[in-house]
Ligand binder design. Structure first.
Ligand SMILES: CC(C)(COP(=O)(O)OP(=O)(O)OC[C@H]1O[C@@H](n2cnc3c(N)ncnc32)[C@H](O)[C@@H]1OP(=O)(O)O)[C@@H](O)C(=O)NCCC(=O)NCCS
Length: 209
């Protein structure tokens, strides 16, 4: 069956994207279903709430088999996300709205500045420079059973085309070791490599458009 790329249209589409987020988390290995509600709210919630028009769904027939959440202007998105998503999520996590687990505890520690985030490891000037060259960012995930069939490439193609139309000069992303080859194939370069023990290594990759 042919693969279609379009925008999420309904609450069911967003539910499917959130489920896929849980099933493809941690470099595609997936996480246990008990972690999905908070995890997907953290990763998908801000895009659904703040700029749904920059999320893409890949469908085979009616089934969502992959998605890309993106944004053309990361600094603007981060400001809105802090106010309209992270603060409310912090309150909900504190009040026990989500089952307590390591995800919620890490989020609370980081929100309070008690634990370093990836961003906080970089000098502010370096980060601002990177964001001025590659202001857009993205996350892309494909159902494990359907990888290697060009779905990820199609999602990236749709996003990059829209970024170009909007006059955005570049895009960046953060990933682990496994998908680096995929992004290189799509002409992203490794900009920064960060050791993040015990989890491993993270890469910041970017591409001018
Ligand atoms: C990374 C991911 C999105 C790629 O999607 P995909 O649909 O499997 O990739 P495609 O089939 O579109 O691959 C496009 C090209 O990249 C290559 N490629 C894909 N994954 C690759 C990898 N991990 N390493 C090297 N090359 C890779 C493909 O061989 C293909 O090359 P070709 O055009 O020469 O045939 C998908 O594998 C995935 O969801 N992985 C788990 C979650 C994840 O890591 N997401 C990224 C989070 S930052």
């Amino acid at each position: 069956m042919e693969i279609q790329i379009d925008k999420p249209r309904s609450p069911e589409d967003w539910r499917a994207i959130r489920e896929l987020c849980g099933r493809t988390a941690e470099e595609g290995r997936g996480i246990e279903a008990a972690r999905w509600p908070f995890f997907s709210e953290f990763w998908v919630g801000p895009y659904e709430k703040l700029l749904p028009e920059w999320t893409y769904a890949a469908r085979e027939g009616p089934i969502v088999i992959g998605y890309l959440t993106g944004c053309p202007d990361t600094p603007r998105f981060e400001r809105k996300r802090l106010l309209l998503h992270r603060w409310p999520l912090f309150v909900k996590a504190l009040l026990g709205f989500y089952p307590r687990n390591e995800d919620t505890r890490r989020f609370i520690r980081r929100f309070l500045g008690l634990e370093k985030t990836l961003e906080s490891r970089f000098p502010r000037q370096d980060r601002l420079r990177l964001l001025s060259i590659y202001p857009a960012h993205l996350h892309v995930n494909v159902d494990a059973a359907l990888r290697g069939r060009g779905v990820g490439q199609k999602l990236m193609g749709a996003f990059i085309e829209d970024l170009r139309k909007a006059g955005v000069p570049g895009a960046h992303l953060v990933c682990g070791e496994r998908p680096v080859g995929f992004y290189k194939r799509l002409r992203f370069d490794v900009l920064i490599r960060v050791e993040t023990p015990p989890a491993g290594v993270l890469y910041v990759m970017g591409r001018s458009l």
